[in-house]
Design a protein around this ligand. Structure first.
Ligand SMILES: [Zn+2]
Length: 350
């Protein structure tokens, strides 16, 4: 007797299902948006998630590309990027927002010259009394502001053909958010839901971190989409509470100071916080970086440039003395950035 499992038509249906499945798997491949285009997150390698090439503090009303010469900035910054590359860095997040010195074409050139992936951002920085806010943002609604950022995500930044890889905002380090900053966070929530870009917010202490998480949750955005930037000014209780909600804890001003006491926020300070976070099994929510650089157009020859090496030269040896394994380090520098910055809409059910 002839025995067949599938009839011809059910066999072709089976093939069709397999094809659909493999196509949908493909579209779910997670990506990062760099200044040179998209890359799969697996290619990110060692990441520095919060650094700067150039920061211009003159204010939104006076800044612009006329304030610096790209070739001079490249001459200054490239050796520092090459040094980071020697330490294994593959991907570099430039966290300078628009109106504070963001220059996508400069990053693209530096990325091409160094071979390091560079990621830029969209968004506005509200801290420092809104000095870096563009005029339109004062009166615009959250929806109007978000529209500008979504436009950059869809069509690129200022006709450069370069796209933002995350949303950068900044709020004042105060107990409560001003209406203006609450609006900024709401705009970030709207833009996240439209783009899947991660929200990186200059925050500092616990109170503004939780105030922002509340706004995001009210807008239906998961804390998983939020990076609590400059969390080194927060508390361990705050880290535990935020990380358990899903937020990312960014300890991002790692540097070697002459005073290495716990109070100094030098290497010993960071090694201590990270050891406490490891003890409570939260290393999988931690991001680390230097917040270093940068060429300052307001100073002669760009002022003093701080390099991007203290994590490799100083922090990692200190962590290893405290029992950290290579896997722990890999988690913070490679795997967590992939999970935090993959472009993906992260919402909660309201
Ligand atoms: Zn910064």
């Amino acid at each position: 007797m002839k025995f067949t499992i599938f009839s011809k038509s059910s066999f072709s249906f089976f093939i069709f299902v397999i094809l659909c499945f493999s196509i949908s798997c493909k579209t779910q491949e997670l990506k990062l948006i760099t200044v040179k285009g998209e890359i799969p997150v697996e290619k990110m390698g060692i990441c520095l998630i919060h650094e700067h090439i150039l920061v211009d503090f003159i204010g939104a009303d006076s800044t612009g590309y006329h304030r610096w010469e790209k070739s001079k900035v490249i001459e200054c910054a490239l050796p520092f990027l090459m040094e980071a590359k020697k330490n294994g860095v593959k991907t570099f997040f430039e966290c300078t927002p628009a109106y504070l010195g963001r220059d996508p074409l400069l990053y693209k050139e530096l990325s091409e010259k160094s071979g390091i992936n560079i990621v830029t951002n969209t968004g506005y920085y509200g801290a420092r009394d809104n000095k870096f806010f563009p005029k339109h943002a004062f009166d615009d609604t959250a929806e109007d502001i978000a529209k500008v950022w979504i436009e950059e995500f869809n069509n690129g930044i200022e006709g450069t053909g370069i796209f933002p890889g995350f949303i950068k905002i900044g709020v004042e380090r105060k107990d409560t958010l001003s209406p203006m900053h609450a609006k900024l966070v709401k705009a970030a929530a709207i833009a996240h839901k439209a783009t899947g870009l991660t929200i990186v917010s200059h925050t500092g202490t616990d109170d503004p971190a939780f105030a922002q998480l509340e706004i995001l949750k009210n807008e239906g955005v998961s804390p998983e989409a939020f990076v609590w930037t400059h969390a080194q000014h927060g508390t361990i209780e705050g880290y535990i509470k935020a990380a358990k909600q899903g937020a990312w804890i960014s300890l991002d001003n790692i540097q070697k100071l002459s005073d290495q006491s716990d109070e100094s926020r030098g290497i010993a300070f960071y090694a201590k916080i990270l050891t406490e976070l490891k003890k409570v099994n939260l290393l999988h929510k931690v991001l680390i970086s230097h917040d270093a650089g940068w060429y300052n157009p307001g100073q002669e020859n760009g002022g003093k440039f701080r390099g991007y090496n203290n994590i490799f030269n100083d922090l990692i040896p200190a962590l290893k003395e405290n029992g950290f394994s290579d896997d722990d380090i890999d988690l913070m520098l490679v795997k967590n950035p992939q999970n935090a910055y993959a472009v993906k809409i992260r919402v909660i059910k309201l």
